[in-house]
Design a protein around this ligand. Sequence first.
Ligand code: SF4
Ligand code: SF4
Length: 164
Amino acid sequence: MARILPYLGTALINLFRKPSTEAFPKGEPPKAQPNYRGRLTYDAAKCINCGLCERVCAPNCMTRTQRPAPGGEPGDLEVTFTFDLTSCTFCGLCADFCSKKAIVLTDDYMMVGSEPQDFIVSGTFIKKAPPKPKYTPEQLAAMKAAAEAKKKAAAEKAAANPEQ
Ligand code: SF4
Ligand code: SF4
């Protein structure tokens, strides 16, 4: 009995202490630590489709689909980026490499869901085709002449070296 007396005292003191753990979900969820890398967000309006994020993602958890933009001009693309957070390691490399800050790793650590879709982050934007260059008739004639001269030189070279 004498042996357990000190422990009994500690047990009694702890009985009336405030819990060290968080009261969540009863209270406010505790804030994440600074620089915590949680749920990823993607802002398609900022994206320029450079593809760097896709290249640096080791687990390959993002997909990019491109198709002709419905109702758009010829050459316009509809681009969709999809991030699968079940494969994401939250390394943050994609956000680090994104010069447009289109990807942000937030401090949201409560990633709970019951459907695969709950862990999908996606965004779509239209990438306009670059404007067609407008050349003057003189420029067009000069380009045509240059192309023909190049073609002629290649043909002459081939004729001079039939072995090659
Ligand atoms: S790195 Fe940024 S701008 Fe480039 S494709 Fe990814 S999200 Fe878009
Ligand atoms: S945080 Fe890392 S693993 Fe997740 S999408 Fe970005 S690069 Fe890929």
